[in-house]
Design a binder for this molecule. Structure first.
Ligand code: ATP
Ligand code: MG
Length: 227
């Protein structure tokens, strides 16, 4: 489903190239439940952003759903994301002028011609699942960090994409709420065969994954089943 071959990513900062990924290889099977762990600055967000077609690798080959995403133009990448992906950003990226409800509804407006009543049902169901139904009318600046994070998770899941990429999706949540989100993701995997790839700092959350990728200073190793 996802196959990366010798992926390198350098960021240009002034005159120097900062290597964030130093030639990583990995494969992620359909319906996998995968954690990426590693210290701050090790390249977790960079790796998720590449899989999520938010940025291009400097070199290497990256296949997502049989598409070589490393070659997509900006517009093609946006269309690909809309069709296949849900993404939970580390810093949420909610639209500030929209309510929680409208933020979650947004992907449905973009990719599906659903009637208002059907959208409403789906949006409220997923907001309920993340425990945010009673806050649906609030804008992001009226929500706590953990509440914004749950809205961001709801927005990524609402369209039932085949692949969900989540950058530290439980970082701002208490233990019980973190497990609620994790269980929601697992349930969606079990029922719909969704593939989940998430990064985390939390060893307990990492323990819930079936496959773990460890990033250290831009170098990747794999732990767990299907070695
Ligand atoms: P954290 O756990 O703190 O979120 P991370 O593992 O997600 O860290 P990345 O954000 O992928 O790490 O960063 C990897 C490396 O790339 C770091 O050295 C970082 O400074 C650098 N980096 C990331 N984004 C950029 C950018 N836009 N421009 C320049 N350097 C960047
Ligand atoms: Mg990060």
């Amino acid at each position: 489903l996802i196959k990366a071959t010798n992926i390198k990513k350098n960021y240009r900062v002034g005159e120097i190239d900062v290597p964030a990924l130093k030639g990583i290889d990995f494969e992620i099977e359909k319906s996998a439940f995968v954690a990426i762990v590693g210290p701050s600055g090790s390249g977790k967000s960079t790796m998720l952003n590449l899989i999520g077609c938010l940025d291009h690798p400097t070199s290497g080959k990256l296949l997502v759903h049989d598409t070589e995403v490393s070659k997509l133009s900006r517009n093609e990448a946006a269309a690909f994301r809309g069709e296949h992906l849900g993404f939970v950003f580390q810093d949420f990226n909610l639209v500030p002028v929209l309510t929680a409800y409208e933020n979650v509804e947004y992907p449905l407006l973009m990719v599906r011609g659903w009637a208002e009543s059907k959208r409403r049902e789906r949006v409220m169901k997923i907001l309920e699942a993340v425990g945010m139904a009673d806050q649906a009318h609030k804008r992001p600046d009226q929500l706590s960090g953990g509440q914004k994070q749950r809205v961001a998770v709801a927005r990524a899941l609402v369209g039932e994409p085949k692949l969900v990429l989540a950058d530290e999706p439980t970082a701002n949540l208490d233990h019980d709420t973190a497990y609620r989100i994790l269980n929601l993701m697992k349930q969606m995997r079990d029922e719909s065969g969704t593939t989940f790839v998430f990064s985390t700092h939390d060893p307990k959350i990492m323990g819930e994954a079936e496959v773990t990728f460890i990033l250290e200073d831009g170098v990747l190793s794999r732990q767990g089943a299907q070695q």
